[in-house]
Design a protein around this ligand. Structure first.
Ligand code: ZN
Ligand code: ZN
Length: 381
């Protein structure tokens, strides 16, 4: 698609003044800003980029002169190297440009580097399963950069103030000539801040922030699990020069438990039962997070049988769903038997009529039948 004439894009004559250009740009940028054109977002975005590009060229004396002389060809090849310099292709940064527009309207005047928001911090918190299930309030100590209390974040000695940078005149950016157009770069004197501090604050040495440990009380809601994060808004690093602070994210890690294993809202535990109870049935005690609970074991219970104890799991932190406790039974073979017990068992074993006792051990019977068929099939092939 052929590019439209930049003057035409902004609806201007070739002899338009800087003021006309700015005015036209503001009007059109606001009109076509994608946030204000939700129904025709794509169309508006294309339009918006076109307007932005035209403005970037025509608002810069050198670029405008190059454009007047060479047209679009002035910006099409060489020199810029892959869209690094900020005009032509590339994605328009809408928030940035919108800030410019409003900054200008509300008397900001020159383009300035906005102070940056403080970084988000992450704190890894280990919790026991009980703490995670019930919720807990914990105190944590975190290193953080806070706004300096002496200069209140300005970085300048009290009674003095930061001066507008004389290299970039407060713009934070300088234009470096490259061929017949110029490239914007962060100002080397003020590193893009637009301000220079002549007399830095003694405490923070001009940074406006100081490192400090702070103690926070963190309330962990009941039901959290490994991977959940609790966000403490504004408790991250202080912003530079009075900008808002970042957030603190407390990352939960639940430690392994001796008895319970968690799976979502359900808890699992292994419950050994002796083989007499397994055979005859009976009552045993099982642990839950709320204490011991009696569990009825029916007769003829096998290893691997799972008993579900309704509502004895974890209450979800989201939605409050209550999980269950799953008791996985393991029938325990008796050990360290005395002679008398061995005699009794032998006698008992004889009464079963061997390992393949059809009646008393249906599983062994069907297993052995299966094995027999397997070998029969092999030999018959
Ligand atoms: Zn200070
Ligand atoms: Zn500067």
């Amino acid at each position: 698609m052929a590019k439209r004439d930049f003057y035409e894009v902004l609806g201007l004559e070739k002899n338009a003044s800087d003021k006309d250009i700015k005015k036209a740009y503001k009007r059109l940028a606001m009109k076509y800003h994608p946030d204000r054109n939700q129904e025709k977002k794509d169309e508006a975005e294309v339009k918006f980029k076109e307007i932005k590009e035209a403005y970037e060229i025509l608002s810069d004396d050198q670029k405008r002169a190059a454009y007047d002389q060479y047209g679009h060809a002035a910006f099409e090849q060489g020199g810029m190297g892959g869209g690094g310099g900020g005009f032509g292709g590339g994605g328009a940064d809408f928030s940035d440009i919108f800030g410019d527009v409003f900054g200008d309207i509300f008397g900001g005047g020159r383009r300035q580097q906005r102070p940056s928001r403080g970084s988000d911090l992450q704190y890894n918190m280990e919790l026991t399963l009980e703490e995670a299930v019930r919720g807990v309030t914990k105190e944590i100590r975190i290193p953080t950069l806070e706004s300096c209390d002496v200069c209140h974040g300005s970085g300048a000695k009290p009674g003095t103030s930061a001066d507008t940078c004389s290299t970039c005149h407060g713009m934070g950016q300088v234009h470096m000539r490259q061929g017949f157009f110029s490239v914007q770069q962060p100002c080397p004197t003020c590193h893009g801040r637009g301000k220079v501090i002549k007399e830095p604050c003694n405490k923070c040495h001009g940074h406006g922030r100081i490192e400090r440990y702070k103690t926070l009380s963190v309330k962990i809601p009941a039901g959290v699990d490994t991977g959940d994060r609790v966000r403490l808004s504004g408790e991250g690093e202080a912003g530079e020069n009075g900008a808002p602070a970042g957030d603190l994210f407390v990352q939960v890690h639940v430690l392994p438990h001796n008895i319970f294993e968690r799976d979502g809202n359900n808890l699992h535990c292994e419950v050994p039962i002796n083989f007499t109870i397994a055979a005859l049935g009976g009552e045993i005690e099982v642990p839950t997070l709320d204490g011991r609970v009696k569990l009825k074991i029916p007769a003829e219970t096998q290893t691997g049988k799972i008993f579900r104890m309704k509502g004895k799991g974890v209450k979800s932190v989201r939605g409050g769903l209550q999980g269950d406790l799953m008791c996985h039974t393991v029938v325990e073979t008796p050990v360290k038997l005395n002679e008398k017990q061995k005699e009794l068992l032998k006698e008992f074993g004889d009464s079963l009529g061997g390992t393949s006792g059809e009646k008393n051990s249906p599983r062994s019977k069907s297993f052995l039948d299966g094995v027999k068929k397997f070998f029969d099939d092999l030999t018959n092939k």
